[in-house]
Each structure stands twice: as structure tokens, then as C-alpha cells.
Design a binder for this molecule. Structure first.
Ligand SMILES: [Zn+2]
Length: 45
């Protein structure tokens, strides 16, 4: 699971936010879960 700081927009490792979700860079508590971009492969027929 990847997290993203809402304040500084930096990605945070999930290991750093096991319990307390605090941005290690700016100390913001507003963290949003960011999903990795889904790559859809369309098969050409
Ligand atoms: Zn931050």
C-alpha cells in the first residue's frame, strides 16, 4: 500500500506509516492512500 502526503505531495513508504500516519517529510497528518496507476493493456484484435 502506498501513501501520499496531501501537503507536500510526496510518496510515503508504508513501513513508515504502520500506525501513525504522519508524513516524515513535513509532519503533516493528512495522508491519502495512493493507488499505483493501473496499466490496462488492450489487446488488438
Ligand atoms: Zn508531507
Amino acid at each position: 500500500m502506498a501513501y501520499k502526503c496531501f501537503n507536500c505531495q510526496r510518496e510515503i513508504d508504508a513501513k513508515n506509516v504502520e500506525r501513525r500516519v504522519i508524513c516524515p517529510y513535513c509532519g503533516s497528518r493528512i495522508i491519502s492512500k495512493s493507488r499505483p496507476p493501473v496499466i490496462k493493456k488492450v489487446k488488438a484484435r
